[in-house]
Design a protein. Structure first.
Length: 526
């Protein structure tokens, strides 16, 4: 059977109905309330497609529906998943015409799964813009009722919802309720971003407006936040950089009304058990202690994004292991019939009711604060914190002497052996440690320190007091040096630099297990 495509209504939106959103492996998906609870990854199929027609993201549900793992399809032409000869079909041409005009499109298609079996599905494609102004498409698959499967396979609620790697810093649960049930998506977003040093960033944001236009602005902002988080900026500096980006877009001709947004960015460190947070006009997060006491963190609410000229301030506060951090948008606590103070008091009471899990806690919060349809988009992110005790951390001070490199390597190897990670201390790891410590001794300043952290991944931090960032270069054939960072970048999956108040951190990550189920991270800190 060949692929068939039916033209959908030009105004079709993605998706309809009142929906909540949860996550599986970092993906957001819609859960329709009052009907079936689509909370299993087997019941979600969503993908992101770039403007070249290549798959950019692949949800766990899409893998379960068609059998392809993300690494098998990301980067491939999406048309390759259609059954037979799509370019020769008139309905397919109609779909291409609609997509070329950047219009929401819906229609019936025939797909082939990994085993070659035919899968009939109703597709909906919604256009969103990334930070560079390029169109990316969110595609949701709905298996039609006549196929014998009534599972709702829905659109991911944001442009850049990526799988979150396994990490030990926090356990999270999220919810998303759009104010516009017909659009099914709005301008609020949440994110959980693993950072170097076992830390994690927790983000919530709120773009003014609803529907696809707010979603497009949200996608651009979320792309920017992830990019800046990858640079490892502190919360206040990240918001300042994000603010500058919005002002630049406005100066380049984007109407200022198209982006009016608030954002809260927090970073939790499970080693020090401290959190740093900054706000751009966003409500303060709630901190619930293990004993059940709820306080709203005294974070200075700076101006909303896009105002410019006013610095943001970060607050640093201790977080007891097992505490709960609750981030949310104002749609949760504000309504026409009460002000935000009343909403915060209600939220405090809802958090005082212990739940059997974070998922049930999120459901209880929504039932308590939103007995009816929300008047504004709502995003809710809850995170229970975990700590890394002394048995998972080892640190040493390294003398600024080239002879200390061998000793640092031996100490790292011995510690990995005590942790049962002997294989991780073999040639590749020893080479990476040697190169990073050598660079710190040769090109930076004392004090230099080595710290190892084991939490299912191995993190190695070597600290120096220089703020100069290293740059890899390609050495010429007869050069006797200059290959260190090039080799490190080749051997590792990724590496980067983060700056601290006293210097910098160079970090790398490499897999420990053959299938990448464990990772090693090395960092040179300052």
């Amino acid at each position: 059977m060949g692929a068939t495509v039916q033209q959908g209504a030009p105004g079709a939106m993605c998706p309809a109905g009142r929906a909540g959103v949860s996550t599986v492996s970092g993906y957001g998906f819609f859960r329709y309330e009052g009907g079936d609870d689509f909370s299993s990854p087997a019941q979600t199929a969503a993908a992101a497609v770039d403007e070249e027609g290549r798959i950019a993201a692949w949800s766990p549900g899409a893998q379960l529906l068609l059998g392809y793992a993300p690494q098998e399809v990301v980067g491939r032409e999406v048309a390759a998943l259609l059954a037979d000869g799509p370019s020769d079909l008139a309905p397919y041409s109609l779909a291409r015409h609609s997509l070329a005009r950047r219009q929401v499109w819906a229609g019936r298609v025939a797909l082939r799964d990994r085993a070659g079996r035919l899968v009939q599905a109703d597709l909906r494609a919604c256009p969103l813009l990334d930070a560079d102004g390029h169109t990316q498409w969110f595609v949701q698959a709905l298996v039609p009722p006549e196929s014998g499967n009534t599972v709702a396979l829905a659109l991911q609620h944001s442009l850049l919802q990526h799988p979150v790697p396994v990490q030990q810093a926090v356990e999270t649960a999220v919810r998303y309720l759009p104010a516009d049930p017909q659009a099914g998506v709005g301008g609020d977003w949440f994110d959980v971003i693993p950072l170097s040093g076992a830390r994690v960033a927790l983000v919530v944001g709120d773009v003014v407006g609803h529907g696809v236009h707010a979603s497009a602005a949200m996608g651009r902002l979320r792309t920017a936040v992830r990019t800046l988080a990858d640079v490892d900026l502190p919360p206040d500096e990240l918001l300042a950089a994000l603010d500058h980006l919005i002002l630049d877009e406005w100066r380049d001709g984007l109407e200022s009304g198209e982006i009016g947004a608030t954002c809260l960015y927090a970073v939790y460190d499970p080693v020090t058990c401290r959190c740093s947070a900054a706000s751009a006009g966003h409500p303060a997060p709630a901190l619930v202690t293990p004993g059940g006491t709820t306080v709203f963190v005294d974070v200075e609410p700076g101006p909303p994004l896009g105002v410019g000229g006013v610095p943001f301030e970060a607050v640093d506060f201790p977080v007891t292991e097992g505490s709960l951090l609750v981030l949310y948008t104002d749609g949760l606590v504000e309504a026409r019939d009460h002000d935000i103070r009343t909403g915060l008091d209600t939220l405090r009471r809802a958090l005082a009711r212990p739940g059997s899990s974070l998922e049930s806690l999120c459901d209880g919060i929504l039932r308590t604060l939103l007995p009816g349809p929300p008047g504004d988009d709502v995003a809710l992110l809850t995170a229970r914190t975990h700590a890394l005790d002394a048995s998972h951390v080892a640190s040493w001070e390294i003398p600024p002497d080239p002879a200390a490199v061998a000793d640092a390597r031996r100490r790292a190897t011995a510690q990995l052996t005590r942790w049962g990670l002997r294989e991780a201390a073999l040639s590749t790891t020893e080479l990476i440690v040697s190169e990073l410590v050598t660079n710190a001794i040769r090109h930076a300043h004392a004090p230099i320190g080595l710290r190892l952290i084991h939490d299912g991944t191995l993190i190695c931090e070597v600290s120096d007091s220089s703020s100069t960032s290293p740059h890899p270069r390609r050495a010429h054939a007869f050069d006797e040096g200059g290959r260190g960072l090039f080799l490190v970048g080749t051997l590792c999956e990724r590496w980067g630099t983060r700056h601290t108040p006293h210097g910098k951190t160079i970090w790398t990550e490499q897999p420990l297990a053959p299938h990448g189920t464990e990772q090693v991270s090395f960092a040179v800190d300052a």
